[in-house]
Design a protein around this ligand. Sequence first.
Ligand SMILES: Cc1cc2nc3c(=O)[nH]c(=O)nc-3n(C[C@H](O)[C@H](O)[C@H](O)COP(=O)(O)OP(=O)(O)OC[C@H]3O[C@@H](n4cnc5c(N)ncnc54)[C@H](O)[C@@H]3O)c2cc1C
Length: 386
Amino acid sequence: MDAFDIGIIGAGVHGASAAFHIAGRGRSVVMFERGTPAGGPTGRSSAVCRAFYTNAFLACVARDSIAMMANFPVHTNGRESGYRRTGLYFLHPEEDVEQVREVAAGLRRIGIEVDVFDRSQLAGRFPRFDLGGIAAGAWEADGGYADPASTTIGLLERAVELGVEPRMRAGDVRIEARPGGGAVVITEDGRRTECARLLIAAGPWSASLASQVGVDLPLTVERHLVAAIAWGRVEPVSFGFADLPGGYYCRPEGEHLMIMGSLHSAARADPDHFSQEVTDDESLHLVQPLVRRIPSLADAEPRRGWASLYDVSPDWQPVIGEIADGIVVDAGTSGHGFKLAPALGKHVADLVAGDPVDPGLEQFHPSRFDAGRPLAAGYRSARILG
Ligand SMILES: Cc1cc2nc3c(=O)[nH]c(=O)nc-3n(C[C@H](O)[C@H](O)[C@H](O)COP(=O)(O)OP(=O)(O)OC[C@H]3O[C@@H](n4cnc5c(N)ncnc54)[C@H](O)[C@@H]3O)c2cc1C
């Protein structure tokens, strides 16, 4: 039987980032992926990148991730993340304003530039917007978006260059607890690989893998949509924004398109049987509040979107921790985990490698739910803002 110090299941952006950060630490590392890197939800991500978080640890992680993506070639030996700095607005109703001002002040103290504008200032900046229901807007100049597949592949290719063994197209692996800690990973052809420590970074399939070693993770799976419009003859909006009264986020995609999705929870889905297609009705439902906000977008042209999966924890914050002897999970990122991954992978790598870990990571252990200590997240039902 093969034996490695560390095994990783899942070549989404979280598994790839952990591999990238463990590589070069003198441990033997093997990574298993059923399909191809970023072939799951990561590759369908809107990949909005912001450090506008209410959770201070995640804000720092997002800040560091954005810096990494902006300087990706330096970190990955010349590869590209596709990071584009567009700036992002977070448009809030009256009831959020006090919290937004407190959060913005806290973010500025940790080097994240966020300015808060009141409604009259916003009106000057957004003559095309109907600002009904909006009392204030936070502006994060360094926010933007990246290419989720390039980012994942860049991290993984660099990890492989540094010695990580990739086993792509391995089919659905299973796990058994290994005497003495860690796990035996079994691929569909029956091959068994002993991993002294194991990271489960399998997104919506993480709970099912954890159950194979007797651990019940409180994760659910939701199907989420991305709708797209082409500007056509409409003047493009050059920045992204989250519209809390409207319940959606949107961002430009290259020169010609804007993509958007919901800020709220959606119907549960079976991760092995769900539709990746978005119907015209679903698209229309999603786009309507955006057109109410920017009436001139009524002349934009609808384009086909797509659907994919969020792996959702009860408080919408990530679930990260050692769940059995030598078995670590990093999942439950609830629709906001892309931009966390590049820097979060360092903390996850520390945990998996058994190296000293930032105490800030402890709050994400899944035991918080049994202990009745869910984390605060976002603003009211927009918990996706973390
Ligand atoms: C529509 C959509 C929009 C989003 N928008 C944003 C956004 O704007 N900003 C943001 O920060 N985040 C966003 N997210 C969330 C973000 O994309 C996810 O948090 C992140 O991609 C999760 O990455 P992951 O590596 O944990 O999981 P995944 O991408 O799910 O990767 C898990 C991998 O594990 C593999 N796997 C699973 N089970 C097995 C098995 N048994 N054997 C072998 N391999 C297995 C899968 O094939 C998959 O490749 C969005 C997500 C979606 C779906």
